[in-house]
Design a protein around this ligand. Structure first.
Ligand code: ADP
Ligand code: MG
Length: 660
């Protein structure tokens, strides 16, 4: 193993191969040491160290040191050789994990002699094979010497001055060999800003090129007909809906291709906005498409669109289960323009689907839709305006990083007259009372969901859980309540049937694995019981909760959970305290970190070396605004102060790779 195998080829590579963390050796009084923290203590050895061996190569060296007249026990694992070096009466400085209850330190670093006056900060590198930290440090020192004059700062001076950031070389040196915390902090600040700015410039340039490369698709819709359509709704749009609609309509009439994310809590009325946009597109003589993640959802959207549009549009449903002759007929109608709106799943963008004149595409629950599908659309030579809708409010910090190449509209207001859902956190032993409560509501003609334990990567267990719970409910209610069961193993038809029965009110309670998670709309359902709620993220819980509270009646969400850890308890508390999806998503992000937020499959998030989207969100906002100013004013090309920055962007090929 050598440096090259670690991806380090040039002097610059090594210079910017930063430590992944730092060990801080700072002496503190015993009193101030925190249990389980990494600490440094200084003391005198009062007993001859004793060494014991166990297993093949394992050993344990233990000894007692006197620190501030207190006897502290020290243990060191697998460092038998240290026995020779540590003798009675030696003064030693030990660093390791502190056990405040047993007054014991598990040493992972020791030094003979007293501690340094000043805290020493030691870089820790991620190393492989025989490339040691020592080797890296040495290479870094050499690199700092040799390329002193080659590292120029591509950030314009005005930025360094106004943010008080150190220059690039100085900051790099401080990242490796910080003299103190303050110096390290400023060095980090510098690279955090640099990373964010470069990333934002890249995203915003992409967005700009995207727009400019697609001129000529202005949609000339008919404002009067749109107004008429809106007034046919049984409600008036909220201010937030109107604002979002206005933004989208503006994009549609512009000659550029729209790529916009519409965020809004479940039930905030995104679909209503989307319907107006689809209609606008139709008045402009174009076709529209609505893509959703599951067949059930497609079916539901199809029905509700038909209701809303009446004879204003010809709408078809195109899913994987539409096959054979039926499919061929539909495709023909789509191709010759008889069809105005196509609703469907991924099947909607398969090879054999050709639109006559596709103007507007809505992708619902965007984060479940792969980047891939977006690319396919584009590759079919279709340049429609695209609206991505998501009911999982995405924290602002993530939205501007993951979707930095998109515009964002937010519906941050609920239609008036909705009752806030009451959320309770219960232990499993209260199940009987919960079932009684459900029974009562059912007598009043209401319906309930019971969502089952989710066991990762085990469809079988998921189903077993659902089946067991279903049996339990059947036994409890003795046919007085009609209970249905739905899980992932049912065929699409079976699922649809169960869902339909529930939606039609032929079932009172639906026991289900999380397949109900996505978007189904049964306004008569007022209770959502979630089993093992601690296994879900906040956003997911919120999503599930959003299945109720859709009608006029008071709705309830009951979380059955017995979380062991503090984070789990915190989650449950947060759920009971807020109904605001955006607030929750911010909290979720704090608790889970950006990687977990979208789930592993498709995070789409960039990786930063130094920066952290959650903790450094202020820097992210700043960088985003600065990038916007730079792009809007074309500074990269027009202002000599930005020439270096522009060259850096080009040299690093940052602008050549496409994001999707
Ligand atoms: P979302 O797609 O954001 O989950 P929907 O558009 O499906 O929300 O709306 C949820 C429910 O609220 C639907 O029954 C819809 O008819 C209704 N609704 C939408 N907008 C309004 C409004 N401005 N006032 C009252 N009800 C509304
Ligand atoms: Mg919806």
């Amino acid at each position: 193993m050598d440096l090259a195998e670690m991806g380090i080829y040039t002097v610059e590579d090594i210079l910017f191969y930063f430590p992944y963390r730092y060990d801080v050796f700072e002496l503190k009084p015993l009193q101030e040491l925190i249990h389980e923290d990494k600490v440094t203590i200084e003391g005198r050895i009062v007993h001859e160290p004793s060494l014991t061996f166990y297993g093949k190569k394992r050993s344990r060296l233990s000894f007692t040191v006197e620190v501030e007249e207190v006897a502290v026990k020290a243990v060191m694992f697998n460092r038998a050789f240290a026995k020779k070096q540590l003798n009675i009466d030696d003064t030693v400085t030990l660093t390791g994990k502190w056990d405040a209850h047993r007054l014991q330190i598990t040493v992972n670093n020791y030094k003979k002699g007293p501690a340094d006056e000043q805290a020493s900060i030691q870089p820790v590198y991620s190393v492989k094979g025989n490339v040691t930290s020592y080797k890296i440090k040495k290479a870094v020192r050499t690199a700092l010497q040799t390329c002193k004059d080659d590292i120029n700062d591509f950030l314009p001076d005005t930025y360094l001055e106004s943010y008080k950031l150190p220059g690039r070389l100085e900051a790099a040196a401080a990242m490796h060999f910080p003299e103190d915390r303050v110096q390290l902090k400023h060095a980090r600040r510098r690279f955090i800003y640099e990373e964010f700015l470069l990333f934002q410039l890249k995203m915003q340039l992409l967005r700009k090129w995207n727009r400019e490369s697609t001129s000529g698709n202005a949609q000339h819709y008919d404002p009067d007909r749109i107004k008429g359509f809106i007034s046919s709704f049984p409600f008036t749009l909220t201010d937030a809906q109107q604002k979002a609609l206005h933004q989208i309509l503006n994009d549609m009439k512009s000659p550029y291709r729209m790529s916009r994310l519409l965020q809004g809590d479940v039930g905030s009325g995104k679909t209503a906005v989307a319907e107006v946009c689809l209609y606008a597109s139709i008045t402009a003589g174009k076709q529209g498409a609505l893509m959703v993640p599951t067949e059930i959802l497609a079916e539901q959207h199809f029905q509700s669109l038909q209701k809303t549009f009446g004879d204003r549009a010809s709408i078809v449903l195109l899913t994987g289960s539409v096959k054979g002759k039926k499919r061929r007929e539909l495709l023909l109608e789509v191709a010759n323009g008889e069809v105005d709106i196509v609703v469907g799943t991924h099947a909607l963008i398969q090879d054999d689907v050709h639109f006559r004149n596709l103007g507007f595409v809505i992708v619902d629950e965007q984060h479940r839709f792969g980047v891939e599908q977006r690319r396919v659309l584009r590759e079919k030579g279709l340049n429609p305006d695209v609206l991505f809708m998501t009911a999982t409010p995405i924290p602002r910090t993530l939205a501007i990083t993951a979707f930095g190449d998109m515009d964002v509209s937010v519906i941050n207001e609920m239609p008036s007259g909705r009752k806030a859902i009451e959320t309770y956190w219960a232990k499993e032993n209260t199940l009987e009372r919960i079932l009684q409560f459900i029974g009562k509501r059912v007598c009043e003609g209401e319906q309930a969901y019971v969502v089952c334990p989710l066991i990762e990567e085990s469809d079988k267990l998921d189903i077993q859980n659902a089946v067991d719970l279903y049996d339990q409910l059947e036994e409890f209610y003795q046919n007085k309540v009609r209970v249905g069961l739905m899980h992932g193993r049912l065929s699409a038809d079976e699922k649809e049937n169960v869902m339909k029965e529930f939606a039609d009110g032929d079932l009172d309670v639906l026991v289900s694995t999380t397949v109900v998670e996505v978007g189904v709309n049964v306004p008569n359902a007022t209770i959502m019981v979630i089993y093992d709620a601690e296994r879900f993220g906040l956003s997911q819980l919120h999503q599930l909760r959003g299945r109720v509270g859709r009608g006029k009646r008071q709705s309830y969400c009951i979380l059955i959970a017995d979380p062991k850890g503090e984070t789990g308890k915190e989650r449950m508390r947060i759920m009971t305290e807020t109904n605001n999806g955006f607030e929750l998503s911010e909290q979720d992000l704090q608790l889970r970190g950006p990687g977990d937020f979208f789930g592993k499959k498709q995070s789409g998030l960039p990786e930063f070396k130094v920066a952290d989207m959650v903790h450094d969100y202020r820097a992210l906002e700043t960088a985003r605004n600065d990038a916007a100013t730079i792009i809007e004013n074309d500074l990269l090309y027009c202002d000599p102060a930005y020439q270096q920055l522009n060259m850096y962007l080009e040299d690093n090929a940052m602008l050549h790779e496409k994001l999707d």
